[in-house]
Structures are given as structure tokens and as C-alpha cells.
Design a protein around this ligand. Structure first.
Ligand SMILES: NC(=O)c1ccc[n+]([C@@H]2O[C@H](COP(=O)([O-])OP(=O)(O)OC[C@H]3O[C@@H](n4cnc5c(N)ncnc54)[C@H](OP(=O)(O)O)[C@@H]3O)[C@@H](O)[C@H]2O)c1
Length: 301
């Protein structure tokens, strides 16, 4: 991304976001966003050594006003070609409410704040998770997602009501699954309005990757990684390349979809699901409850 084009990367101080920033290459301009200023500064210093013009913006994207300030900051610095929204919290990183706020409100805030400042040819890539696919449909309050477009407080109350139906120990995982499923929904249903201005919205759902977040969730994830098509964790560069490819202006027909990049993990879960389903004719819920729910409950991915 050269010339006056800017790439904004939320969660750019570490993990997948930082990996994407590193791949932008010499002569590019990036704005790294996250809550911890010192982490962002460290990342920016490293990128500058590689010839990338890196600036930072410390803020909590769960807060709407902060997201608007980031969008203003970016617009003042050039043409926003891409927003890679990788900021997020996993089940081991907070309680259920803070996870819902960071991931669900964060996605709404980023898309809404950048909508007015994105020009033709630009793209937002919202990072979701394979947890959205592994969570049983029954836990997902999808009929309540449209509330997000009309009343954020009611939306949050509806999400947390669903989360609070579950035992306390499961709530962060349930909140994570719902918030990431919502992020896919929000990106999909945003495609039309962004399309009217020649801009795109895509979401990407990673599996398990070697990042600080992946490290926190490693014990649980390791238990089933052997059953996946590719029996290892993904490398941050492997997902970062996909994020940048989605944002590339030459991918101009790609919008309103979610792309899973999980080493075949959800595919493997589906396969096991089908087998389980055949084995247990008559046990209608087995296919939903067994393997995927284990995965969804324990994995950050
Ligand atoms: N790694 C995996 O295995 C995996 C699997 C599936 C999905 N994902 C998704 O991929 C994305 C990137 O994760 P990662 O693995 O790269 O983890 P990471 O290294 O922990 O990166 C997440 C970043 O988000 C920032 N962040 C968190 N909450 C924020 C908020 N409210 N406002 C602004 N910044 C915030 C964090 O910085 P501060 O703490 O300084 O704010 C951190 O730099 C996340 O959305 C995650 O859910 C990851």
C-alpha cells in the first residue's frame, strides 16, 4: 500500500494485526490501533526500521467516541485504502461482558466510524473466528442481531441475557462465540451500504494461530488440533497474507462474505459431526452438542 494510501490496523500492536503490518512493505503507511500505547510504540518502531511509515493511536474500540476519533485521525493523514480490524479479546482475556463489548461493539464501532471516511476502492476486513462456526446454533441469538442497528443498549442486553443463561465458567466462551458470529453478520449486512460508495466489507475467521492470544488458549486448542486437517497451529503470516489479499483493491468483487482460514478445523469438526449423527440416529441434538461445542467452549479460535 504505497503513495498517500493508508492502512489502519486495529490490534496492530501484536499477533495477527502486527503480522499484517509487517507484510505491508517498505514505503507503506500504517496506523496501528490498540489500547496499550507502549505496545503500539514498540511495534511502530520495529516497522519504521523496515521502511514503513507507522503511526499509532491508542484507544479502546469498545467505546464509540474513541473509534470515531481514530477514523478522524486516519482521514487527516491520507486516503484510507484498508482497515484491518483485528482487535479483539478471547475467552481467557476478560469476562463475558468485556469480551462482548470488545468484539461485538468494537466491530460495530469500527465499521460505523470508518463508513463515512472510506472512499471507492477501499475495504474493511473484520476479523472474526472459527468459534462462530463451532458454537452450536442454539446458543446464538441471531434474531436479536438487527437490534445493533437501531438500539445498542437493547442489543447488549439481549446478548448478555443469552450469555447469562449459561454457567459462569462457560460465559466468556459463549460471549466469544456469539460476538464473533455477530461480527460475521455485521460485516455481511454492511456490504450493501459500503458497496454503494464502491467500498467493500469482508470478514475472515481464523482458526488457532501462534499469537499472544493463541498462546493463552493453547492448552485447550492442543487437545483437538491433531484431529484437524493440518495438524499444527497457523503462523500469523499465513492469516496476515489472507487479510491483505482481501483488502487488495484488485479483489474488487469480494464483499459480504466470511472466509475461514483454520487449517481445516471446522471441516474436520463437520466430518466428525456427520459421523456422530449417523451413529446416533434419533438423538437429534448430538450432532450439534458434541464435538463442536467442546471446541467452541475451549478454543479462542
Ligand atoms: N490467535 C488465534 O488463534 C485467533 C483465533 C481466532 C480468532 N482470532 C482473532 O484474531 C484477532 C487478533 O488476535 P491475535 O491472535 O492477534 O491476538 P492478540 O495478539 O491478543 O491481538 C489482539 C489485539 O487487540 C487489541 N485489543 C483488544 N481489545 C481491544 C480494544 N477494546 N480496543 C482496541 N484494541 C484492542 C490488543 O491490544 P491491547 O490489549 O493493547 O488493547 C491486541 O493487540 C482477534 O480478533 C481474535 O479474536 C485469533
Amino acid at each position: 500500500m504505497k503513495d498517500d494510501k493508508i492502512c489502519v490496523i486495529t490490534g496492530g500492536g501484536s499477533g495477527i494485526g502486527l503480522a499484517a503490518a509487517r507484510l505491508l512493505g517498505e514505503g507503506s503507511s500504517v496506523i496501528l490501533v490498540g489500547r496499550t500505547g507502549s505496545k503500539l510504540e514498540l511495534a511502530a518502531a520495529e516497522l519504521r526500521v523496515g521502511g514503513i511509515d507507522a503511526q499509532t493511536c491508542a484507544c479502546d474500540l469498545a467505546d464509540r467516541e474513541s473509534a470515531l476519533r481514530v477514523a478522524d485521525f486516519a482521514r487527516e493523514r491520507g486516503r484510507i485504502a484498508a482497515v484491518i480490524h483485528a482487535a479483539g479479546l478471547s475467552p481467557h482475556m476478560g469476562d463475558a461482558r468485556s469480551i462482548m463489548e470488545a468484539n461485538a461493539l468494537g466491530t460495530m464501532n469500527v465499521n460505523d466510524a470508518f463508513f463515512p471516511v472510506m472512499e471507492s476502492g477501499s475495504c474493511i476486513v473484520d476479523v472474526s473466528s472459527m468459534a462462530a462456526y463451532l458454537a452450536p446454533r442454539i446458543i446464538l441469538p441471531r434474531r436479536r442481531y438487527p437490534l445493533a442497528r437501531v438500539d445498542r443498549d437493547r442489543f447488549m442486553r439481549a446478548m448478555m441475557r443469552r450469555v447469562n443463561l449459561f454457567p459462569i465458567g462457560l460465559r466468556p466462551s459463549v460471549a466469544y462465540g456469539i460476538s464473533k458470529d455477530f461480527a460475521i453478520w455485521y460485516a455481511k449486512t454492511d456490504a450493501a451500504r459500503f458497496g454503494e460508495k464502491g467500498s467493500r466489507v469482508v470478514s475472515v475467521s481464523p482458526g488457532n494461530f501462534e499469537t499472544p492470544m493463541g498462546e493463552l488458549e493453547k492448552d485447550e486448542a492442543s487437545a483437538y488440533i491433531g484431529k484437524c486437517a493440518i495438524k499444527r497451529f497457523g503462523k500469523p503470516e499465513e492469516i496476515a497474507r489472507l487479510l491483505l489479499a482481501c483488502a487488495d483493491e484488485r479483489m474488487g468483487y469480494l464483499t459480504g462474505v466470511d472466509i475461514v482460514c483454520d487449517g481445516g478445523c471446522t471441516a474436520s469438526a463437520l466430518r466428525r459431526n456427520t459421523t456422530a449423527s449417523k451413529r446416533s440416529r434419533g438423538r437429534r441434538r448430538a450432532a450439534l452438542d458434541e464435538p463442536p461445542w467442546e471446541l467452541g467452549a475451549s478454543s479462542c479460535g
